[in-house]
Design a protein around this ligand. Structure first.
Ligand SMILES: [Zn+2]
Length: 264
């Protein structure tokens, strides 16, 4: 599983506390294939702010330079207020030495990336916590395709930030079958889905995201939404709404969990 909006937003919030205002004294790139950032881009620069768009983190530096980062499957941004030890660096792909402490980009699977510039952000669809995330725009997106609604929710070029976990959870809350063709959703279903997405994302943010295998917050502690799942990974468990059994299917290559009785 990949960090989604609530995980990346949580990382952003922690990094704002830990690294904003600090200066980069040194930079080490340990995976040049995925980390397209050089010493010249960052050394001597001050970290002005951290932002997020969809699942992408934006590190704003002095000198009008932005870094963008995607964690993909297993990327982590960890902040160490102390000196680094060998065990901290087993999966380190980039190390920023700051005027106080270190910011380390870890990545076991090595699909995550860091780049200079905004190019990747421009490809993203609507951000759920923005004014553009409204019924009119969602109707426009959904009516164009008969693809299953769950796959449309996860399409980052349409809506940015929702991945497999929160698509499953939001569709359950909205009582919509994940396989339903997007262009068959009624206006009241779209309204329910919009509200459910916001509700689930806010709830996941409250628990600071889902920690399964890799996701850690920058202080190396875990999120807790995995203890609150409604249907995700609940195959054959009782539906929390109607009590019948949760079913698992594969949709677009991804595990999909839903209640065939109350999701229509
Ligand atoms: Zn049910």
């Amino acid at each position: 599983m990949m960090p989604e909006l609530p995980e990346v937003e949580t990382i952003k919030n922690y990094l704002k506390r830990f690294v904003v205002g600090k200066r980069i004294l040194n930079f080490e790139n340990l995976n040049k294939k995925q980390i397209k950032v050089s010493e010249n881009d960052v050394v001597g620069k001050k970290i002005l702010d951290i932002e997020r768009m969809g699942k992408i983190l934006i590190i704003k530096l002095s000198g009008n330079k932005n870094l963008t980062a995607h964690l993909k499957m297993s990327g982590q941004f960890l902040y160490f207020p102390r000196n680094l030890e060998k065990r901290d660096l087993k999966y380190a792909r980039a190390i920023f030495k700051l005027n106080k402490g270190y910011l380390v980009f870890n990545d076991v699977r090595k699909f995550g990336w860091l780049r200079v510039g905004n190019e990747e952000i421009q490809k993203l669809g609507i951000e759920p916590f923005s004014k553009k995330f409204n019924i009119k725009n969602l109707e426009e997106i959904f009516k164009q395709t008969k693809r299953p609604i769950k796959l449309v929710l996860m399409d980052q070029r349409k809506i940015a930030g929702i991945g497999n976990i929160y698509a499953n959870e939001a569709l359950f809350l909205a009582k919509i079958n994940p396989q339903k063709p997007a262009n068959k959703l009624t206006k009241s279903e779209i309204k329910r889905l919009k509200n459910s997405i916001i509700k689930i994302l806010k709830r996941a943010l409250k628990y600071e995201g889902t920690s399964s295998r890799f996701y850690l917050k920058p202080d190396q502690t875990k999120g807790h939404y995995q203890e609150k799942f409604l249907v995700y990974q609940k195959t054959s468990k009782d539906c929390p709404r109607c009590g019948k059994k949760i079913k698992k299917i594969i949709l677009g290559g991804r595990s999909t969990f839903y209640c065939p009785f109350c999701q229509k």
